[in-house]
Ligand binder design. Sequence first.
Ligand code: DHB
Length: 392
Amino acid sequence: MTTTVRTRVAIVGAGPAGLLLSHLLAEAGIESIVVDQRTRDEIESTIRAGILEQGTVDLLAQIPGSRVHTVGTRHDGIELRFDGHGHRIDFPGLVGRSVWLYPQHEALKDLIAARLAGGQDLRFGVTVHRVEGAETDRPSVFATTADGEDLQLEADFVVGADGSRSNVRVAVAGSHTGGYFREYPFAWFGILCEAPASSEELIYSNSPDGFALISQRSATVQRMYFQCDPDADPQALSEAEIWDTLQNRVPGTTLTEGPIFQRDVLRFRSFVAHELRRGRVAIVGDAAHTVPPTGAKGMNLAVADVILLAQALESLLTRGDGGLIDGWAEKALRRIWKAQHFSWWMTSMLHVAPDASDFDRLRQLGELRSVVESEAGRTYLAEAYTGWPLEP
Ligand code: DHB
């Protein structure tokens, strides 16, 4: 037996993009249902990146109960480190904006609590199989609930905010893999450790043996990464070997060590789906595009997609005006490709390719110098890192 539920907007995925979209739609008086395959606990405990652009923070801060300004911390710059020296990029001085370190799972706790308090129909443990009717006025999502029952969501519009393994993407891009794609010959070995911060601001470090990023989570927990082989086994290194590798990648700085309680290997890829919308089905966030993590654009880009989509859906669903939705993908893609470039650029400027020649290494140092020694270079980095203003 199939239960059919009618809604105005069916949102697949309760990550930042899906939850924020349901919030913006509710503010515009548009009802939605959000479903996610994961449990609430899984969503709230998965460790993800934590740098938020100023515009993302301003939006999150408006959500009732948001802790972004109390638990999060403002970062007014980053350090680019190479050739044994650190160079600070001063964000407010260059572009008048900052970023905030607020781990994604904390933002998700705020969003889930606020949506439930606002009466949002939000269902966990729901597995979506397919979306039909993209080219009609009544697209439908076919799913199975946590109890194993068949569920059909019949909507005016369907949004796939279901991450890089999106099941909604097929209905839009024609296949799971239909997109522009690039792989990288390295990955990040990430750790969480119990230690005081080694640095007040993030350090992005290029060293002859590869990249490292020194980030934070709280006064007592730190997040650090170092460039590794994509096939590296996170369990293969001892804690002492991990600390040796990290220390060696930030020459000139001494890291404060502590017990490592989580380790993972993050693979890199750049992806943009060939299509972001077909008729009344759209994909946003990681379902539509993935960036390598250097530069922390992933979640911020998802938020930008959703702000534009919420405006377009309001116009379509409350005024019957399809002008904005017809132009939505093109507008979103302009920012997406800028962020793709920035993420690729930060990655290639800071990592050492396995086959890098002496020429490549020396050219890379020349590139890093041309950024830090020029106000124009630093300003480009600061502008992109803190987030371009949204297009009107
Ligand atoms: C973090 C991750 C990033 O990719 C980045 O560029 C900065 C910070 C983090 O996990 O803290």
